[in-house]
Design a protein around this ligand. Structure first.
Ligand code: IMP
Ligand code: MG
Length: 182
């Protein structure tokens, strides 16, 4: 038995490349916020962003606060439904703070669009988006991305936080899901 169980995964981005890119993102974010007086809050979107958030926050050379927000599209489908619901809310107000929403992947953009509208209403000092992945497709809705890890082909990917029916989040690399061995 390995980490993969019966799942077939084709490697797409190695652990080394991921870690290198996160160092760079940490530097970008550090540079952008180092002269700002307001507290910096990273809001990770459950559950896909937890691994990315854990690495990213340690690559930022500034004081940061961490929050999690539970937002999920319904079902265990491999397609986004566009139906979003909040399953867990923030523990503290974000009014007057600099907020970065940390997402695993931008696919249709529907989840993020919903989340940004919701967070904007809470009056943060600033609101930006950092996503680990973006699919190379025209998003259904236009969401501005401020910090981006990688653009990937339009395939269903797993690992580094991303799941298929809750499996494979714990892979240190990213791969394309190719089904289950019979
Ligand atoms: P969106 O609302 O279509 O942008 O997709 C949002 C969510 O769908 C992401 O945060 C992921 O949890 C999930 N998702 C989209 N594409 C993939 C994928 O290729 N692999 C795993 N999860 C995905
Ligand atoms: Mg998922």
């Amino acid at each position: 038995m390995s980490k993969f169980g019966n799942d077939k995964v084709r490697p797409l981005i190695s652990e080394e490349r991921i870690q290198q890119r996160i160092k760079e993102l940490g530097q970008e974010i550090t540079k952008e916020y180092q002269d700002k007086a307001e507290p910096l809050v990273l809001i990770g979107v459950l559950k896909g962003s937890i691994i990315f958030l854990a690495d990213l926050c340690r690559a930022i050379d500034l004081p940061v606060e961490l929050e999690m927000m539970g937002v999920s599209s319904y079902g265990e489908d491999t397609k986004s439904s566009g139906v979003v619901r909040i399953t867990q809310d923030l523990t503290r107000p974000i009014a007057g703070k600099n907020v970065i929403v940390v997402e695993d992947i931008l696919d249709t953009g529907l989840t993020l669009q919903y989340l940004l509208e919701n967070l904007k209403a809470r009056n943060p000092n600033s609101l930006k988006v950092c996503t680990f992945l973006k699919k190379d497709i025209e998003q259904k809705v236009n969401v501005p991305i401020d910090f981006l890890g990688f653009t990937i082909p339009n395939e269903f990917v797993v690992g580094y936080g991303l799941d298929v029916a809750e499996r494979l989040r714990h892979l240190p690399m990213l791969g394309v899901f190719e089904g289950v061995h019979q």
